[in-house]
Design a protein around this ligand. Structure first.
Ligand code: AMP
Length: 220
């Protein structure tokens, strides 16, 4: 089963992707996480990506597409994957289609997480993420950790992403509207898009997503 998750920054893609991937027994592939891992390891790719990420812009396709392909070719992704944050523009979507077609494969669904813009800014400004596992996400007011700066799940240190500042969030939103949103129409033309509201409790959104995927017959 091959699924793409789309939605604006702050829609909860990372959180939902982790739960959905677990429910569907497929790996969660996040290009943002892959870039952040490269930044922590101080690789050349990480250094290049950081300059774009800190400004809220997309990392160039030449770098991103190759990295995503390498990850999708790993053995654990043989029977499917859930892509989070890739593709992020139409040329990446076309490259993904070509890669899959070359292997005789295709996507099963594109899950579109909808959230109002004012909610996005509030969510991101207060977001705190665990250094040990990016699926452990907290919020200073909506989901405060029991102890300030410490992950409730694993005790890891919580931090604010460099690109979660209000100014960068505005750029990321603009990039989302101009470059990423067009992929929704691209996939609508293929009959793949399932749209759900990303408002409410995390577990309710996951249940809504699973139901919608089944109802639309995208997922057995
Ligand atoms: P995310 O963790 O998905 O919010 O991604 C964080 C940042 O990583 C984005 O704002 C981009 O700078 C970069 N990034 C992640 N995925 C991609 C992609 N598919 N194409 C280009 N840049 C990306």
């Amino acid at each position: 089963m091959r699924i793409v998750l789309v939605g604006p920054p702050g829609a909860g893609k990372g959180t939902q992707a982790a739960f959905l991937a677990q429910n569907l027994s497929i790996p969660h592939i996040s290009t943002g996480d892959l870039f952040r891992a490269n930044i922590s390891k101080q690789t050349e790719l990480g250094k290049l990506a950081k300059s774009y990420m800190d400004a809220g812009n997309l990392v160039p396709d030449e770098v991103t597409i190759g990295m995503a392909k390498d990850r999708m070719e790993q053995p654990d992704a043989e029977n499917g994957f859930l892509l989070d944050g890739f593709p992020r523009n139409v040329s990446q979507a076309e490259a993904l289609d070509e890669t899959l077609q070359a292997e005789g494969m295709q996507l099963d669904a594109v899950l579109d997480l909808e959230v109002p813009e004012e909610e996005v800014v509030k969510r991101i400004a207060g977001r705190r993420i665990c250094r040990q596992d990016s699926a452990h996400v907290f919020h200073v007011s909506y989901k405060a950790p029991k102890q300030d700066g410490v992950c409730d799940v694993c005790g890891g240190e919580l931090y604010q992403r460099d690109d979660d500042s209000e100014e960068t969030v505005r750029t990321r939103l603009e990039v989302y509207h101009t470059q990423t949103e067009p992929i929704i129409d691209y996939y609508k033309a293929q009959g793949l898009v399932v749209t759900i509201s990303a408002l409410g409790k995390v577990e309710d959104v996951t249940a809504r997503a699973m139901e919608a995927l089944k109802r639309e017959d995208h997922v057995a």
